[in-house]
Design a protein around this ligand. Structure first.
Ligand code: FES
Length: 402
């Protein structure tokens, strides 16, 4: 490229930049009322002083609240909250707020009001640098031949466009009804543990102890016992026993299924259950909930036995297992999903169905229905929770349960 050519490009750039960055100049200065009116100035001064005095009053109220309000066994209350904490917080907060507002008013109305302009050095690169960059870019375009070889250019653009296709197709795996993942003999819409909305729990699946895989009878548990549980199907699979032809999960699919199905059982006094749905889905005081925290998915198993609260160790979300798994503390935005329980013909605990809502962390499109609404939508609602012979049906896997 010739010197004359690049000098011409440089002048064009300069002209464009100058047009964009023309000096806007200074606006006319507007005097404030307090600059020109001594009465307004005195008024502003009194306002600022009043704010500082109010701050002092709040500090005194803080001390009064500290000594005057009871925090003992029967603390004073305001709107159901500890009066001492409320008053201390409000008094100290307002003390700081009045000082802040006072200082702002002082600066805005009374401090010197002077407008200054400070020139900045030019931020643009030098003319030589910009010309050299443009020249290098044009040289690169020429040498690549992209303008002379439309076949290559267009096929490259097409290839980049097609890169989006796998990304979009992968989103399909988030669906709970991916037909390719259907297991032989099972109805569409209820694939074996696939998608965000399904786990491998199904009607009649025995509930067994995690790790050892032993089934559980209601009488095996004492009040206050917390048991980590999994579906028996996983243990049959791992032990090579009773593997049914439809149970074909392998590798990562198997691990995902196992993690999503993780469940905790708690036996409590049936009269301690305060939620109708929880009571209906329990069996002799035994309740089953997903073990996966609805905040960001940590496994939960810290039990406060007397309150039936289950605490997540990650960020202290706390769920009330006697009341539909409702969140009583912490950042979780969704109750713990409950698994409806029954017993089979041999007297072992079984699931009456899959979880009726997605387990695991909340996600953007997750429905936030109440446990009562979820129960109303459940197709087995109100049916006997003793399943005569259902275990055989479960393993056969060919029968429509509806
Ligand atoms: S993952 Fe349980 S509280 Fe955050």
């Amino acid at each position: 490229m010739s010197d004359a050519h690049s000098a011409h490009d440089g002048h064009e750039i300069n002209a464009h930049t100058d047009a964009l960055l023309s000096d806007p100049g200074m606006h006319d200065h507007h005097w404030r009322p307090t600059d020109v009116d001594p009465a307004a100035e005195r008024r502003a001064e009194r306002q600022v002083a009043t704010l500082f005095v109010l701050s002092g009053v709040c500090s005194v109220l803080f001390v009064v609240a500290y000594f005057g309000l009871s925090t003992g066994y029967q603390p004073s209350e305001i709107a159901g909250m500890g009066a001492s904490n409320v008053c201390l917080g409000l008094a100290f907060g307002f003390a700081l707020l009045f000082i802040g507002i006072g200082i702002i008013q002082w600066a805005r109305k009374l401090m010197a009001d002077e407008e200054l302009a400070e020139d900045r050095h030019p931020a643009a690169s030098s003319l030589e640098d910009r010309s050299a960059t443009i020249a290098a870019f044009k040289q690169g375009v020429d040498e690549s031949g992209i303008t002379r070889r439309p076949l290559i250019r267009n096929t490259l653009l097409g290839a980049v466009g097609f890169l989006l296709v796998p990304v979009v197709v992968e989103l399909r795996d988030l669906s709970g009804t991916n037909p390719n993942k259907l297991i032989n003999g099972f109805a569409a819409g209820n694939p074996l543990g696939q998608g965000l909305t399904n786990t491998i729990w199904r009607r009649g699946t025995r509930i067994v102890r995690d790790v050892v895989g032993t089934p559980i009878r209601p009488g095996d548990l004492e009040i206050g016992d917390l048991v980590n549980a999994e579906p028996e199907l996983l243990f049959n699979r791992e032990a090579g026993q009773q593997v049914t032809e439809e149970f074909v999960l392998e590798g990562a699919d198997l691990q995902n299924a196992k993690e999503k199905a993780a469940t905790v059982l708690l036996k409590m006094n049936p009269s301690d259950i305060v939620n109708d749905v929880t009571r209906q889905w329990s069996y002799e005081g035994i309740v089953a909930y997903s073990k996966i925290c609805t905040h960001v998915g940590c496994p939960i198993s810290l039990l406060e036995r007397t309150t039936h609260h289950l605490l997540c160790p990650c960020h202290q979300s706390t769920f009330d297992l006697a009341d539909g798994g409702k969140v009583v503390f912490g950042p979780a935005g969704h109750h713990l999903p409950q698994l409806p329980l029954g017993v089979d013909a041999d007297g072992y605990l079984v699931a009456l169905d899959d979880y009726q809502e997605p387990v695991g962390p909340s996600y953007w499109e997750r429905d936030t229905q109440s446990v009562e609404k979820i129960s109303n939508n459940w197709k087995y609602n109100g049916k006997d929770n003793v399943l005569n012979g259902v275990r055989n049906v479960e393993l056969g896997g060919k029968v429509d349960f509806a």
